[in-house]
Design a protein around this ligand. Structure first.
Ligand SMILES: Cc1ncc(COP(=O)(O)O)c(C=O)c1O
Length: 403
């Protein structure tokens, strides 16, 4: 079970189990970044073809990944970019409500909080468990509710929401459903055309292994057309060759589609040329084999974690489980010591929300998981074992509280 480790790194003996923070860049993408640097050192390589070819390759790769049309992909530098387009472009009326989840990743909440001065009510629903259920959302939807924004895989617990059930509910109640897929795209399959969602945003630098400062947004064309577009970027309407003409007669092009919404600087060669190479590389590896590989790594860790000493906080199995594993020593006083023990041995996991988060991807191997388990076993032998487990959150309570 070597996965694709030789296509990454060098890791120099370290184990990177923190994809939920940053995915490692494949070697082919590092080579593409170097190529982009070489173009800039000899600027005659920055041709008109490359100005349009680099973003086009990305659009095609991203569309392939989510079963969309390239002309519906908006290029971005983050997940926040798309969320701001939606929050600021929606035609809100005073008293309209946007629903978010209390404790969700901040990118999903902050763009909406600024709407309060336009009379929009932004509600952060508190889930009874770790993420909101369709039943909780159903109980919270009111006649004023216009939009719901949630993360598909919750960065701070590893729980996956029930996208289908929540999406179907939103459709039935006429609520726009916006999904942040930053912790999912690249690690699970999705066909947006068939999914009951209106918009999807994602970063490119986690499970898609791209450089930091990459992301995208997809909106169903009918939803996109209903929004106010905040800007008109010249490169979405023209090419630099157009500037050679005697005179420019500027009009808004109706056929620009999603390109009109792109982040400025779409021929961002250093990042986007490298990210394009990542997407082609991941496509070559195949999403199916990658998902199977990641799942086997999660299985291995979950099966090997000593439950006498550690509590598994993310789901053991089932549809709510993701590639983000959360766990903690039963005696939480030893959390930092465990983290440091892993870190000191060159095994990188994150500390998030009072727990440790381990998130393996295609460049990890079974040996990486075994190494982490071995270090955790050693760390636990240095901590007094305790039978008093921290109280577990309940998944069962039916309604969420408004906060
Ligand atoms: C769900 C989620 N959304 C967004 C981000 C990053 O946000 P942005 O690209 O908006 O900075 C992260 C993590 O960094 C995340 O986990």
């Amino acid at each position: 079970m070597r996965g694709w480790v030789d296509d990454f790194g060098p890791f120099e003996g370290r184990v990177w189990l923190n994809t939920a923070h940053q995915g490692a860049l494949p070697r082919v993408a590092a080579a593409a970044a170097e190529e982009a640097v070489a173009w800039k050192r000899q600027p005659w390589h920055l041709t008109t073809e490359r100005f349009s070819g680099v973003p086009q390759r990305l659009r095609v790769g991203l569309a392939r990944l989510i079963g969309a049309r390239p002309e519906d992909i908006i290029l971005a530098n983050s997940a926040s970019y798309g969320l701001h387009l939606i929050a600021n472009g929606y035609r809100w009326q005073r008293g309209d409500e946007a629903l978010t989840m209390r404790g969700d990743f901040p990118s999903d909440i902050l763009p909406f909080l600024g709407l309060a001065e336009r009379g929009v009510v932004v509600t952060q629903l508190r889930p009874a468990g770790r993420v909101l259920t369709a039943a909780e959302i159903e109980a919270a939807i009111s006649p004023s509710t216009r939009l719901l924004c949630l993360t598909w895989v919750h960065s701070l617990s590893g729980f996956t929401i029930d996208l289908e059930a929540i999406g179907r509910l939103c459709r039935a109640r006429g609520v726009i459903f916006v999904v942040n897929a930053s912790q999912a795209i690249g690690a699970r399959a999705l066909a947006v055309d068939d999914a009951p969602i209106d918009a999807l945003v994602s970063v490119g630098f986690k499970w898609l292994c791209g450089p930091y400062g990459t992301g995208f947004c997809w909106m169903r064309a009918s939803f996109r057309d209903s929004l106010i577009c905040p800007h008109t970027y010249w490169l979405s309407m023209l090419t630099s060759d157009d500037l050679a003409r005697d005179e420019l007669d500027l009009t808004l092009r109706e056929d620009a589609g999603a390109r009109r919404w792109d982040v400025f600087g779409t021929a961002n060669f250093f990042n986007f040329h490298a990210w394009g190479a990542c997407l082609d590389y991941l496509d070559g590896a195949g999403l199916g084999p990658i998902v199977a590989h990641d799942t086997a790594l999660v299985d291995r860790f979950v099966a090997g974690l000593d439950r006498e000493c550690y509590e598994l906080l993310s789901p053991e199995a089932g549809p709510a489980r993701s590639t983000l594993i959360f766990f903690a020593p039963r005696d939480r006083r030893y959390l930092d010591a465990c983290h440091q023990a892993l870190q000191a041995a060159g095994v990188h996991v994150a500390k998030r929300a009072g727990a440790l988060r381990l998130s393996p991807h295609l460049y990890n191997t079974a040996d990486d998981i075994d190494r982490a388990l071995e270090l955790l076993a050693q760390a636990s032998s240095k901590t007094p074992s305790t039978s008093t487990a921290a109280p577990k959150g309940s998944d069962a309570a039916p309604t969420a509280k408004r906060a």
